[in-house]
Ligand binder design. Structure first.
Ligand code: DOR
Length: 429
């Protein structure tokens, strides 16, 4: 048994935000309350007591958007290293993307990811399967079968599905399976050869721009298709005001739509992009200051349902290429929570309750995962968080195989100090 004393517990599902004790037994939450008397716990078993005064206790975070790169690109990341990175960052459940090599578009590979995740035994790993075979955008995968062997949704993330009829069919199936279609909204023709957000900052750097409409045009299409089909749609990495307008309209109409935003789109803008550091190169690209502000408001007011990292590891060699030639993507599993805390929660831009709702409760609900709460009976997936712990982000400390994060060298304040999965301590800082 484990007795966590005097933690500041935040659990929106139970409406809890205050100092509580939490007791776990056999990997489950047994009790959550104030000043639990010792005699209630006298069942003869061994009890470990942790004084949590001045610390937060959160439900383990649930990251709906992670690239684990296995199979095929294990030099960037694999399921074991990605799982270690996750629990270091307070993430105890994660959903991984299908744009691996080969693509996760068949039963054997879905099963492989599920099995490797279990073998690793750290964060809980849930695969998305590709929506179309080979991510080619031409032919749908066998969604019902893939769901049966463990896929919790479908996505061609990494590229947009250019053909509207294919997307419509995917959403028709999503209605039957009940699994969300996770849309990477990007019109390839509009995006062209762009490498950062089109605008003043791109022009000043002499870099080809991706217009905001490359995302929002497809988001509007997908929202309308979700309305027509009744299918379940989830918009990945929302980064523009146009997408927010489409999302608001679809939600107002009562359609089955959710959306996520990535921490980097809430913290950084296109003006922060240095020509000499392609760790700032990401797709969708870093937004304008106006878009960033609108995204933050939309997250705070619930228009955007959830936070997700889009952890996208790449090797040093690839990221050392000139900005225009380097691949898109940044790592985030280990820095998301400290960065959000430092730049959003600490300055009062995001409440701690909304943080937990957006990064634990909502993703768990949307993808039907048993996670995101400290309710008695739930699995004891928990994060002890020290709001004053400071650390400078460094490649040496990372559990991830890659360190292509724009926060490298920055000192962040607020880190997970212990993470438990099913009552097992899986990380300690
Ligand atoms: O920046 C990105 N990197 N965006 C994506 O959509 C894909 C990802 C990757 O797989 O590297």
């Amino acid at each position: 048994m484990l007795w966590l004393k005097n933690a500041y517990v935040v659990d929106p599902i139970q409406g809890v935000s205050g100092v509580r004790d939490v007791v776990t037994r056999d990997g489950r939450i047994l009790l959550l309350g104030r000043n639990i008397p010792a005699d209630r716990l006298a069942d003869g078993g061994e009890m470990e007591v942790v004084d949590c005064t001045g610390k937060y206790l959160f439900p383990g975070f649930v990251d709906a958007h992670v690239h684990l790169r296995e199979p095929g690109q294990e030099n960037k990341e694999d399921i074991a290293s990605g799982s270690r990175a996750a629990v270091r960052g307070g993430v105890t459940s994660l959903i991984c993307m299908a744009n691996t090599e080969p693509v996760i578009d068949n039963q054997a590979l879905v099963e492989l990811v599920v099995r490797r995740g279990r073998q690793t035994g750290l964060a809980r790993i849930y695969p998305l399967a590709a929506a179309t075979k080979g991510l080619r955008g031409e032919e749908l995968t066998e969604m019902a079968e893939l769901q049966e062997c463990g896929a919790v949704g479908f996505s061609d993330d990494g590229r947009g599905i250019q053909n509207g009829e294919i997307m419509r069919l995917a959403l028709e199936y999503a209605k039957i399976t009940g699994c969300p279609i996770v849309s990477h909204c990007e019109d390839a023709a509009l995006a062209g050869q762009g490498v950062m957000r089109r605008g003043r900052a791109a022009a000043a750097r002499g870099l080809a721009g991706i217009p905001a409409t490359a995302e929002s045009v497809m988001a509007a299409r997908d929202v309308l298709l979700a309305g027509e089909t009744g299918g379940r749609l989830h918009l990945a990495h929302v980064s523009t005001r146009g997408t927010l307008a489409a999302l608001r309209a679809g939600k107002a109409a009562g359609w089955d739509i959710t959306a996520e935003v990535n921490p980097h789109h809430l913290i950084l803008t296109d003006e922060d992009v240095p020509l000499t550091n392609s760790s700032f190169k990401v797709n969708p690209p870093l937004p304008s200051a106006e878009d960033r502000e609108s995204l933050l408001k939309a997250l705070a007011d619930g228009t955007i349902d959830m936070l997700a990292t889009d952890h996208a590891p790449h090797t040093w060699e690839e990221k050392a290429r000139p900005f225009a030639e380097a691949p898109f993507g940044m790592t985030a599993l280990e820095t998301a929570l400290p960065a959000i805390w430092t730049y959003l929660v600490r300055p009062g831009l995001l409440s701690v309750e909304r943080l937990v709702e957006a990064f634990a409760r909502r993703p768990a609900e949307r993808f039907a995962l048993r996670a995101g709460t400290l309710r008695p009976g739930a699995a004891a997936d928990m994060v002890l968080f020290d709001p004053d712990y400071e650390e400078t982000v460094s490649a040496e400390r990372m559990a991830s195989k890659s360190a292509n994060t724009p926060f490298l060298g920055r000192t962040l304040r607020g880190f997970p100090i212990k993470t438990w999965v099913e009552g097992r301590l899986v990380f300690e800082r």
